[in-house]
Design a protein. Structure first.
Length: 236
């Protein structure tokens, strides 16, 4: 199915939920590696398993007396709000961030760009999307769907329980942060812009292939690691 979408020039997005009862840091990062190698997914969005207020899961946990974080600001699919059977809240939160940085490694970004050229799925647009996602994850440390260009911050936008920072502290730090992030972004644009031009000049780039781009018959599915790894979850 993924290869059919790629052959039609589509950009493939997928979601992945972290925090099911059987999840461990080792199993999740293993699954991310399998997805990178064997599935033609361009952009992966990971989120924490969250009992959203008003949902059946939230109602069941509330009636069972389970702990639910009282801060409703955290019910955004990015923060841990309930206990996990085998992971501490800190381990779970770190694992959530690790899944993003693991999938959007610098090496895998190049692989996705190679696949875009090989499948004629707009490599220029793919480069833009990958840099957007990578920058939000690594520089802003937020979900890419909440990010954009030139993040604005206001000194007096604080929660009531937090003090207003001095302008002599807030503005110098804000300006320094902007310069640093633009410098890092410029490095990424230069690196992957050059790589894209190399792919464009390479006559063999359109013949690139790997496990994710290799069609297989139904009876060959058992030979893939995604079918044999225990507790591996399919992205949705």
């Amino acid at each position: 199915m993924l290869l059919e979408w790629k052959s039609a020039g589509a950009t493939v997005f997928a979601g992945y939920i972290v925090g099911f009862p059987s999840d461990t840091p080792e199993s999740i990062l293993r699954d991310i590696g399998i997805i990178q190698r064997e599935l033609a997914i361009d952009l992966l969005e990971t989120h924490c398993l969250t009992p959203l207020p008003g949902s059946e899961d939230h109602q069941k946990l509330h009636k069972a007396g389970a702990y639910l974080d009282p801060d409703l600001n955290k019910y955004d699919l990015e923060h841990v709000t309930t206990p996990h059977a085998t992971m501490s809240a800190e381990q779970w939160q770190k694992l959530y961030h690790d899944t993003w940085t693991s999938f959007y490694s610098l090496e895998h970004i190049e692989t996705v760009m190679r696949r875009a050229v090989a499948t004629n799925s707009n490599p220029g647009n793919m480069t833009f999307l990958l840099l957007w996602y990578y920058s939000c994850v690594t520089l802003e440390k937020i979900d890419p769907l909440e990010g954009g260009y030139l993040r604005r911050k206001y000194r007096k936008d604080r929660r009531p329980t937090l003090p207003i920072e001095s302008p002599f502290v807030f503005y110098p730090r804000y300006v320094a942060d902007l310069f640093y992030k633009h410098f890092k972004l410029a490095q990424l644009v230069w690196r992957y812009g050059r790589f894209r031009r190399q792919l464009k000049r390479d006559p063999d780039a359109r013949y690139y292939t790997d496990a994710a781009l290799t069609p297989f018959e139904e009876d060959e599915f058992d030979s893939l690691e995604i079918s044999t790894a225990s507790a591996v979850k399919s992205p949705v």
